[in-house]
Write a protein that binds this ligand. Structure first.
Ligand code: FES
Ligand SMILES: [Fe+2]
Length: 367
């Protein structure tokens, strides 16, 4: 079976990473170069010159065209070679693949499969962008020497917060909560609810700042209802609604940190993990936002990353199921997502012309 779902939107870069100068990045094992045309439209095409295969991203962009750094072949934003000196006839035979892009949620989504199927409406919705009463508070990218599914497993099993992040973003309450998994179509939800618990420290800071009278009675004891609702859409788009409300109020007057996680394979064993989060606006200043961003970097880069990379090393390049992992109740969301994704990849490969897909033998029926 091919490694990746091709007909899907992946985040290829943050919007502010792509400018007039070329940006080279490997996505789904393919080299891609991004740049912006003078009118601001982003462009993505193969980052591989058809002449001697060097990376076009090492070249320069001029008049919306990119010039190869080796012998100067030039390609327009449609991937057509526009300048090859005296080789006009040869020139027209080579057209680089270009990729549909959508700029949304501060990110650039790329479609690496059949361009005719690239419908922007397929990008999952993140309502918190631009919502009144909240701010986009931080974002970053974590590069992982691990398969992208290990990151998705991690996000769909937040019981790890109580162990991996015990010194940063967890006070150990997640695993005391109720865990619920359900599926709508191909969307998997993996939710934790912890009633009447001590607010994790980052929320306590926001509660203290809140001028909403609904929170006045909570400030002394800091007992809240706390939820972490994770939504996954294939292949690697996740939405986390994580928040608190005064205990017993059914999430009225929430303070939350709604966030998006975009997990994109670089290769089979390396991953670009893009994350961005918002916060309810309680008048927190830049100092608090800066401090929190540092904490998140520690959590993702120094706590999750070593765990995932060590996991990958332990698995070598072996298939996940062949390793016969022990399945716990809290794995239900991650297992469900893996099954959905396997099925989508198989279906995509079967649908391909001449695509007698080498089908994965059997999905391990587990969980
Ligand atoms: S390798 Fe690009 S022009 Fe020769
Ligand atoms: Fe984590």
């Amino acid at each position: 079976m091919g490694k990746f779902l091709e007909n899907a939107w992946y985040v290829g870069a943050w919007a502010d990473e792509v400018g007039a100068a070329p940006l080279g990045r490997t996505l789904l094992d393919r080299p891609v170069v991004f740049y912006r045309r003078a009118d601001g439209t982003p462009v993505a095409m193969d980052d591989r010159c058809p002449h001697r295969f060097v990376k076009l991203s090492g070249g320069v962009v001029r008049n919306d065209e990119i010039m190869c750094p080796y012998h100067g072949l030039t390609f327009d934003a449609g991937g057509r070679c526009t300048h090859a000196r005296a080789n006009e006839a040869t020139r027209d035979r080579f057209v680089l693949n270009t990729y549909p892009l959508v700029e949304r949620y501060q990110a650039i989504f790329i479609w690496m499969g059949d361009p005719a199927l690239a419908d922007p409406a397929l990008i999952p919705e993140f309502k918190f962008f631009g919502e009144p009463g909240r701010m986009i508070a931080g974002k970053g990218t974590t590069y992982l020497k691990a398969n992208y599914l290990l990151e998705i497993d991690n996000l769909l099993d937040l019981s790890h917060l109580d162990f991996v992040h015990a010194k940063t973003i967890s006070n150990g309450c997640v695993t005391e909560g109720q865990y619920d998994v359900y599926q709508r179509g191909t969307t998997v939800h993996s939710d934790w609810f912890i009633p009447a618990t001590k607010a994790p420290v980052q929320f306590a800071d926001l509660i203290n700042l809140s001028r909403n009278p609904a929170w006045d009675g909570t400030k002394a004891e800091m007992i809240v209802d706390h939820w972490l609702d994770m939504r996954w859409d294939a292949p690697g788009t996740l939405y986390l609604d994580v928040g608190v409300a005064p205990a017993g109020t059914k999430r009225a007057q929430p303070i939350d940190m709604a966030q998006a996680h975009f997990v994109t394979p670089e290769t089979e064993s390396t991953t670009h993990y893009f994350w961005i989060y918002s916060m309810t606006d309680v008048g927190q200043g830049q100092d608090m936002l800066d401090f929190f961003l540092k904490v998140v970097h520690i959590a993702f880069d120094e706590e999750d990353r070593p765990m995932l990379e060590a996991q990958q090393l332990a698995m070598k390049s072996n298939d996940f199921w062949a390793e016969q992992p022990m399945i716990l109740a809290e794995d239900a969301g991650a297992i469900r997502a893996r099954r959905v994704l396997d099925k989508l990849i198989r279906e995509e490969q079967r649908a391909r012309p001449n695509g007698e897909a080498p089908v994965m033998e059997e999905l391990v029926e587990a969980g």
